[in-house]
Design a protein around this ligand. Structure first.
Ligand SMILES: [Zn+2]
Length: 341
């Protein structure tokens, strides 16, 4: 860990700043803020937390392994009775997230059980492993199309609790371990976290650590590999590019780009005095999903000629219609579901 004391105007405070390696202790502190009752449980805290690990320089690898990264992290504080339900809820969230990102191949959920060196009583492990084995068979039963495989890794759990690992398969059959659901018997007790149960007694909550994508940087790397750079419109960094056949189209190109931006699309404009085929080729190589080409004729008829990445030919559409169609396609799947509900 790297720590530094404040200097300058804040020097009087003598405050220490440090890079955090994980988000868990912070969430336990939030849980401990104020007395908790069994009625407050399950309590779920989520954070896109930036964490740092001093990876050896030889281990660093593009976006896949970096020293500072963002975890889509959450911690659920619950009772033992709520554990199964929480694991299933997390499972549903993980599966729907992978589906939204376009991972439709095989998926493996592995349960790692108690290692030789561990904390917690055998009763705690028995209970948690029994609950998680039930959850695992429920996950298998829910997989109607046999897409989800389950497995058990005996002795591979962390010393502080059993866990589920989610391994997804990308478009060309590579496996990536991303999501985890980790039960923890250690941290709440070590940090003195408790809640008041229905009978007035103090109880230690079960803590579940969960990540869906894991490291967001690594997940973006996986997405680039999965799509080979051809992102669906809603994910593409630049969604559309407006370009011209001759400089006669310049003014109208600016009008189209401004309208598309107002509609919320991520748009660039290319007015360079280059041959249209040259520009189309360049932007296709940059994997821009939609090219909106305008010339004198399009300016007169308020239309655009659309070329989509990966398909030959072009379609001429009224500009308003074209933008509306792109906006619809650019809506993220979860937002679409929310709009439909
Ligand atoms: Zn954690």
């Amino acid at each position: 860990m790297v720590a530094a004391q404040s200097a300058g105007d804040e020097a009087e405070d003598k405050r220490w700043f440090a890079l955090k390696p994980m988000n868990c202790p912070g969430h336990v502190q939030i849980f401990k803020h104020g007395l908790k009752s069994y009625r407050d449980l399950p309590l779920r805290l989520a954070e896109f937390g930036v964490v740092h690990r001093y990876e050896p320089s030889g281990a660093m690898h593009g976006l896949m392994r970096v020293r500072g990264f963002t975890q889509d992290d959450a911690h659920v504080f619950c009772t033992e009775a709520q554990l199964a339900d929480e694991c299933l809820k997390i499972n549903d969230l993980i599966l729907s997230t992978y589906a939204d990102f376009g991972f439709e191949g095989e998926l493996t959920v592995k349960l790692s059980t108690r290692p030789d060196k561990r904390v917690g009583t055998d009763e705690m492990w028995d209970h948690a492993e029994r609950v998680m084995a039930t959850v695992l068979s429920e996950i298998e039963a829910r997989s109607h199309n046999q897409r989800i495989k389950t497995a058990i890794n005996p002795g591979e759990g962390a010393f502080y609790g059993p866990k589920f690992e989610y391994v997804l398969r990308d478009a060309i059959g590579r496996d990536w371990q991303c999501g985890t659901t980790q039960v923890d018997f250690n941290l709440p007790e070590r940090f003195g976290a408790f809640y008041i149960d229905a009978d007035g007694s103090k109880k230690t909550p079960v803590m579940v650590h969960r990540a869906i994508c894991g490291s967001m940087e690594r997940f973006i790397g996986i997405l680039i590999e999965h799509y080979a750079g051809n992102f669906p419109l809603w994910l593409a960094p630049i969604q559309a590019l407006v370009t011209t056949i001759t400089s006669e189209g310049d003014e109208y190109a600016k009008v189209v780009a401004a309208a598309a931006r107002r509609a919320g699309l991520r748009v660039e404009i290319d007015l360079r005095n280059e041959k249209i085929n040259y520009k189309v080729r360049e932007h296709s190589l940059a994997k821009i999903p939609a090219l909106l080409v305008v010339g004198k004729k399009e300016a007169e008829t308020h239309s655009v000629s659309i070329r989509r990445l990966g398909s030959e030919g072009q379609t001429v559409m009224a500009t308003d219609e074209a933008i509306a169609a792109l906006v619809d396609e650019a809506t993220p799947p979860d937002v679409k579901r929310a709009q439909a509900a």
